[in-house]
Design a protein around this ligand. Structure first.
Ligand SMILES: Nc1nc2c(ncn2[C@@H]2O[C@H](COP(=O)(O)OP(=O)(O)OP(=O)(O)O)[C@@H](O)[C@H]2O)c(=O)[nH]1
Ligand SMILES: [Mg+2]
Length: 310
């Protein structure tokens, strides 16, 4: 059945790190498909969220925040973000409502990359809950002096404010197309990936300083147990947390293993809720020196530039 006026396309959420891209994606999808935390460089790979209504299908791509990379992992993350801007139909550039009244270097790079690849650009001023309304217009004026935006939308991703308007503006710029994804899925994030990401989110939230940046999670086992009616009654997960220094391992384990126990408990609750069934979670911690700069280890942990993009 051809849907002549149906619209469908790819939309990349771009912006500096910690600006609220993943929070916005989760809010649109009404599900935690991308972990969002108060610390920068949370998102490491491209994450698809597929929004669909009567008139359109929007394939959102949440990308790692643009930042100056400090290691090979960072360079791969930046490459993934650049590809996501170049290979999409439209780019939503998120900026912080609290920014100085000038365009930041990172924002310029994103705008230039999007315009040189002929992408439609939508400007989103996020975190408007944190500022006086009078601050927003002068900031927008700086941006529209620099380039043409198809639309400008102030939002609070956290408070779900302005998001309907943003969706309407996105629909406007999408090409006419039949739905590209027809299997009814709403994300490309599997339960295994989400389980690993929820463990990483707990580490980011519970542990301070640089430890979360040195962490990679590998799901070693994911065993589903079914009853005689084929209903899933339990999932047993074994996961290894890799760190790149011995003292980071000590911090993760904590005194008398208290820290790892707390991480296990919180992660298990979060994962059980996502799986909608009880789960047993075993966590192991291993040291792999400088894994963030070693190609073979980045590949094994799913962080080669190819893995981040696909
Ligand atoms: N007050 C307020 N906080 C927000 C808003 N949107 C996001 N945040 C907070 O900003 C922080 C970063 O949010 P993320 O969604 O992880 O940001 P991100 O752009 O995905 O960050 P990276 O993945 O590191 O690039 C979190 O603590 C969010 O709760 C908002 O509209 N208002
Ligand atoms: Mg993110």
């Amino acid at each position: 059945m051809p849907k002549t006026n149906f619209k469908c396309g790819f939309v990349t959420l771009a912006g500096r790190t910690n600006i609220g891209k993943s929070t916005l994606l989760n809010q649109i999808m009404q599900a935690e498909i991308a972990i969002a935390t108060h610390k920068p460089q949370t998102t490491r790979h491209l994450i698809k969220g597929i929004y669909q209504d009567e008139q359109c299908q929007i394939i959102f791509i949440d990308s790692p925040g643009m930042h100056q990379p400090a290691d090979q992992l960072g360079r791969n993350m930046r490459k993934a973000a650049s590809v996501a801007i170049q290979e999409t139909d439209a780019v939503v550039l998120l900026i912080d409502a609290r920014s100085e009244l000038e365009i930041g270097e990172i924002e310029k790079q994103i705008i230039d990359l999007a315009t040189s690849s002929n992408k439609d650009l939508i400007l989103v001023v996020n975190k408007i809950d944190l500022v006086e309304k009078t601050r927003i217009l002068p900031l927008i004026q700086e941006y529209i002096k620099y380039t043409d935006f198809k639309a400008v939308v102030p939002i609070s991703a956290k408070n779900n404010d302005g998001i309907d308007l943003l969706l309407a503006e996105i629909k406007d710029v999408l090409p006419k197309n039949s739905p590209l994804i027809i299997d009814g899925s709403y994300t490309d994030q599997t339960e295994r990936i989400l389980a690993a990401e929820y463990i990483r989110a707990e580490i980011i939230e519970q542990i301070s300083e640089e430890v979360p940046y040195s962490v990679a999670i590998k799901i070693e086992e994911f065993n589903e147990i079914f009853d005689i009616n084929h209903l899933r009654v339990k999932v047993q997960i074994h996961a290894t947390i890799f760190v790149d220094r011995e003292n980071h391992k000590m911090i993760l384990l904590g005194k008398k293993g208290r820290q790892i126990a707390a991480l296990g408990k919180a992660s298990r609750e979060r994962i059980s809720e996502m799986l909608d069934c009880p789960c047993d979670l075993m966590l192991y911690v291993k040291v792999r020196t400088d894994w963030r700069n070693k190609y073979s280890q980045l590949k094994e942990l799913g962080y080669s530039s190819q893995d981040l993009i696909l």
